[in-house]
Every structure is written in C-alpha cells, then in structure tokens.
Ligand binder design. Structure first.
Ligand code: PLP
Length: 375
C-alpha cells in the first residue's frame, strides 16, 4: 500500500509500544501520588515537557490534552474575554477552531473571519483592517491543513501587538509541527496547538503551549493536574512518547527531498489534467502537501479508484466522511465546478520517488478511465 495522506494521520513509531509498556504496565504509578515511584513518573513527564519546549524553542508551559481539537477548544474557550470584545479567526481554520468560533458567536461574542488568498494564506490587509483595540483573541493557523499554505505568524503577531494590544494570539500548529522548523519565541505567539498523531506519536495526545506570563482559564475541572489547567490523570505514555516522536521526526525531516517530490508531482498533474487548479503555492507552503482541484469530478470517486490500486490519498474537507460542505472551496475562491474535486497528496520522510511515480501512473489511468465514462 502507498500511503499519501500523512496530513490526516501517520503511523505510530513501533518502538512507542515499549514506551507504553514502560509507563502503563511496569511504572504505572499515578504521577500525582507521593511515593518515590510516582514522583519518578512525574519527573519523566516534566522532562518530556522540557524536551518539547526546547525543540520548539518555547519559553513557558505545555498543557497536555487528548487531541489537537481539545487544545484548540482550550485556546478558544479558556482565553479571557471582556465586555464588547471580538475574536478574529481566518476563514480556512480547521473545524476544531471554526466550530468553537460558531459556539462563541452563539453565546453573543462577535467573531470576524479574515479572508485568505487562493492558497489558504491570510490576506494581511484584511487582517490589519480587522484588528482593533477590542480584539480579545486572534486564532490563525500556522499551516493550512487543506493547502499547506504557511502564514507569516511572526508578522501577524507583531501587527496584533501594535493594533490590538489586549489580544491573546493563538496559532493552530497541528500541521506545521515536524514539517518545518518552529521557533515559538521568535513567532511570539501566546498559545500554540500541536497533535502527536500527525508526527508518528499516539492518537489522542495533543498539547497547548502557553507562553510565560500568559494566563488562561481551564475548560476541564477536577483534581487540579497540569497546574489546575487540565484536570485528569495524565496520559503518561502518551506524553512521554510525544516528546520521543517529536525529536525523531524532526531528525528525519528532509525538506529538500519533499520539495523535489512535490515539484515532480505538480508538473505531472498539470500534464494529466491541464485544467486542474493547484491550490498550493510552493514558495509559501509546507514542503509535504500538494492540494489540487479537478473540475466537474468527484474527488471521492478518484480516491476510491486509486484505493483499488493500493494507493491512499486525501480529499479536501469539502468531501469528508463526516459531511460535505463548501466553506473551504468558497474561502479559496474556487468556482463551483471545482468544489467536489479537491484532492490532497501529503507525504513524509518515508515516501519514495518510486511510490510517487507509481501514483502518477495510476492517477493518469484512473483519470482517463473516469473521463471516458463521463463523455
Ligand atoms: N487542527 C488542524 C489544522 C488539523 O489538521 C487537525 C487534524 O486534522 C486538528 C486541528 C485536529 O487534531 P486532532 O485530530 O488531534 O484532534
């Protein structure tokens, strides 16, 4: 099987099973307990946190959660609001942010949606125009899960500090972490989300970075773990394996190889479907995602034809297993005939040129087959 949907999830490193055994079977102690074995587990969690902060160059704290989605919810609901405040998000944010914004809107908080260009990158003029002194929270994703487009977060944070000094700046880094170098101190963000299963860690483990000096409220209450910010007995093996996976994946990251693969892919796709639209601008994107839209075609059909050949690719969220919606294609400015035909190829370090060549060959066959049927 050729797996080209690494933005959806990745395979967990098999050696993480040893970490799970170590902390779930051998050293299974509750890190909040007072005996030495438990204190040792608490120390291992502390070291894992510090390792993550060091790799991402952050100064502050990390609260571990059960997903990127939960971290995004914590940022959206836990950050402090004030009377007559407003929130800014981009119009291509992942549902984990977008649905929180909709909920906050229903609760009476004003939300403004910042426009993007056709590559899913925030329009800086529109962003600037929407900043004002009553902005309490800005949430702009670091890299877009649909197109791979990377926002200039450092610049957006600076603009926010100038024009909306009361605002907390959150960035959803779920797709960016381990795909590009991250320096949280340099970015200047107050809050930053990541999710372990996107970089070969376990599913169901996420984190929210909180810059030193920034205060947010908890959204889960109970025994007061994580300094009262996220009650629940810690997912010890999840946390420790996240630090392991982060370090290993960064060591393996080969941006130049990814770029070569993507370059070849783009050229090949343009030949096969001359009127396709490439939604990724490689000058301003992650090196591992290529999004393209095929006109008058259901991406889902191509996906299943390729699946029959043993190749897995992704569709855009306009065509997901949950429900079909048009928010993203509209935000990207695609015209109607391209709505259903959005496809996403996402790779990682293990992807080979041979696999990509095979994908191109099979995609060509599947597209020709489909075009003949539709004649
Ligand atoms: N944010 C972005 C940008 C994502 O791509 C995803 C997952 O695809 C999430 C949030 C949600 O992360 P999780 O699957 O860990 O809940």
């Amino acid at each position: 099987m050729i797996y080209l949907d690494t933005s959806a999830t990745t395979a967990m490193y098999p050696e993480i099973i040893d970490i799970i055994k170590k902390y779930a079977v051998d050293n299974y102690y509750n890190p909040s307990a007072l005996y030495t074995n438990a204190l040792n587990v608490a120390k291992d969690i502390k070291n894992a946190k510090q390792k993550i902060l060091d790799i991402l160059h952050g100064t502050g704290n990390i609260v571990f959660t059960a997903s990127g989605t939960e971290s995004d919810n914590m940022a959206m609901f836990g950050s402090k609001k004030f009377k007559d405040c407003k929130i800014l998000i981009s119009n291509v944010e992942h549902s984990a942010i977008y649905q929180c914004a909709k909920k906050l809107e229903a609760q009476g908080i004003q939300v403004e949606y910042v426009a993007c260009d056709r590559f899913g990158i925030v329009d800086e003029d529109d962003f600037k125009a929407k900043l004002s002194s009553n902005v309490a929270l800005v949430s702009i994703m670091h890299a877009c899960n649909e197109t791979g487009g990377v926002n200039d977060i450092e610049k957006l944070v600076k603009l926010t500090n100038q024009l909306a000094p009361r605002a907390i700046f959150h960035s959803d880094g779920v797709q960016a972490v381990c795909k590009m170098p991250i320096n949280l101190n340099k970015l200047g963000v107050d809050l930053y989300t990541f999710s372990a299963h996107k970089f070969h860690g376990m599913k169901g483990v996420g984190g929210l970075y909180i810059k030193k000096g920034v205060n947010i409220n908890p959204i889960i209450f109970g025994g007061g773990q994580e300094n009262g910010l996220r009650s629940a007995t810690e997912n010890v093996s999840g946390i420790i394996s996240t630090a392991y996976a982060l370090e290993k994946t960064y060591k393996n990251l080969d941006i130049e190889k990814n770029k070569k693969i993507m370059n070849y892919l783009e050229t090949s796709l343009r030949k096969i479907v001359p009127n396709c639209i490439i939604n990724t601008d490689f000058q301003r994107s992650l090196s591992n995602i290529l999004s393209f839209s095929v006109p008058n075609t259901r991406g889902e059909v191509l996906l299943h034809l390729l699946e029959d050949k043993g190749i897995i690719i992704g569709t855009g969220s306009a065509c997901s297993a949950q429900k079909a919606h048009t928010r993203i294609p509209i935000a990207l400015g695609l015209s109607k005939e391209y709505f259903d035909g959005m496809l996403r190829i996402s790779i990682d370090n293990s992807t080979t040129f041979e696999e990509i060549e095979l994908f191109v060959k099979e995609f060509d066959n599947c597209y020709k087959f489909l075009s003949n049927i539709m004649k």
